[in-house]
Design a protein around this ligand. Sequence first.
Ligand code: 13P
Ligand code: SF4
Length: 312
Amino acid sequence: NPSNQDLAAEIKDLKKTKNAVLLAHYYQRPEIQDAADFVGDSLALSQQAAKAEADIIVFAGVHFMAETAKILNPRSKVLLPDLQAGCSLAQSCPPEAFGAFLESHPGHTVVSYINCSAEVKAMSDYVCTSSNALKIIQSIPSEKPIIFAPDKNLGRYLIRKTGRKMLLWDGSCTVHEAFSIDKLLELLKAHPDARVLAHPESEEHILTIAHYVGSTAGMIARVRAQPRQKYLVATEAGILHEMQKKVPSASLIPVPTAEDNSCACSECAFMKVNTLEKIRNCLRDETPEILVPEVLAAKAMRSLERMLELSV
Ligand code: 13P
Ligand code: SF4
């Protein structure tokens, strides 16, 4: 079996020959993040994809991220190393059911979190990520009722922060709902000087005791701002790699899940299906490719463009 070093070297050569870029999310395996041209949160990755001039974009992330990249950059060939890289949150919002929900609640401005299918984006007025959700909600005139989908935890958080009336779709991320509040409170007792960082996909009881709530990029920025602090991190454990790399002086403790599993921290099985070997293979064979039908892409593009305009 080839070593990670050999695979990384092969990937580097293939990228050069084929004019390809490798974009990776913070939840990817450490060796994938190290081989990537750019590592970021959903918003930064969308912005990178939109402006990429490469012939090929290899997306080390999950399906909705690669699909978004294809919509934003139809000129590039977009590859996803493994089509099994889905997302429990995106799956919790089937387009047909969402369409029926919108029909039964007319007159709303529809905001969808980027973790959803192109079909759901096409039915939305705005897309948002956890980096810009507050800003996007606040840009909508206050008399307008809002439907927010698919993440109810982020939705509830936005209602608390903005005081806006919002109808929520009943979706969630199984990874972020797995954190144990009891174990977090125990950890806080043992480390009273620690700061809790939480992703807004986590449940309300976690968010209420968090000192900082934000996207993966937001959490890294927060740690960079206070580099000597101790942090309890409530998001997918893959983020610890880039966080520690950027801020070696910070002490980082992953918040445990309720289940006693081997790593005792929260891992997204979908993010983790990608491996260096699959990235090498997909670059070499130029498959699996992500394609989005033109009419669908054009509709989804409108809500994505509104998000990008509000995110500069
Ligand atoms: P970020 O946009 O914060 O990177 O979140 C992506 C994601 O899938 C969270 O589960
Ligand atoms: Fe989807 Fe949750 Fe995995 Fe993020 S962590 S990709 S929201 S399943």
